[in-house]
Ligand binder design. Structure first.
Ligand SMILES: [Zn+2]
Length: 196
């Protein structure tokens, strides 16, 4: 078992390739692109919440196991294509059963956006062996080599964190411009819990 200080350090250290906080934003961008392409509308509240949650889910499942020292790396079953197919399949069945195909689609887009967003930094850095998480347990996932440097501008090293910051801002601005779908519904649900 990992001692508490190491656990806390792990929480703040840069062991991630994409920062967990950027994933829900990427999920939103992908879902908003889908609704525009499919019916030309802005995203609705319920599927937005499902897509954003699904985009966070692989880390919510795999990271605690790693932080607790149960697995050696923060990407395991939930990040592999086998786990991806498993979770998307289960939710698709449930969505069909309850006549909410739209939520099944939102979940699939959010989840796939997470796995897809975990790929490019390794490719950019040429660390192709780190893509082993995709077919785990058939292929191994080595320990992270940390934040990648993508180039230097005016003597300053530009890392993938910079790119993530740009994606984060663009996504939040888009969500805001889309009238913040999901925010009202969350606020209403929270106030209902409080008054109950
Ligand atoms: Zn991840």
């Amino acid at each position: 078992m990992t001692p508490l200080p190491v656990l806390l350090l792990n929480l703040t250290a840069n062991h991630y390739d994409m920062q967990p906080v950027v994933h829900p934003i990427v999920g939103y961008i992908c879902y908003a692109a889908y609704t525009r392409l499919s019916d030309g509308n802005k995203p609705e509240a319920e599927p937005t919440i499902v897509a954003v949650f699904a985009a966070t889910l692989p880390d919510l499942i795999d990271q605690p196991l790693w932080l607790l020292g149960i697995t050696s790396v923060g990407r395991r079953f939930a990040h592999s294509l086998f786990g991806t197919a498993f979770f998307i399949g289960i939710v698709a069945l449930l969505a069909r059963r309850y006549g909410r195909r739209d939520l099944g689609v939102a979940f699939a887009i959010g989840y796939l956006s997470h796995v897809a967003a975990d790929i490019p930094w390794h490719v950019l850095a040429g660390d192709y062996n780190e893509l082993g998480f995709l077919l785990w347990p058939v292929t191994e996932m080595p320990a992270y080599s940390g934040v990648k440097v993508v180039g230097t501008v005016g003597g300053v090293e530009v890392t993938t964190l910079w790119l993530e910051a740009v994606i984060f801002v663009v996504g939040v601005v888009l969500w805001w411009a889309d009238d913040r779908p999901g925010l009202d519904l969350l606020a209403r649900s929270l106030s209902r819990i409080r008054t109950d």
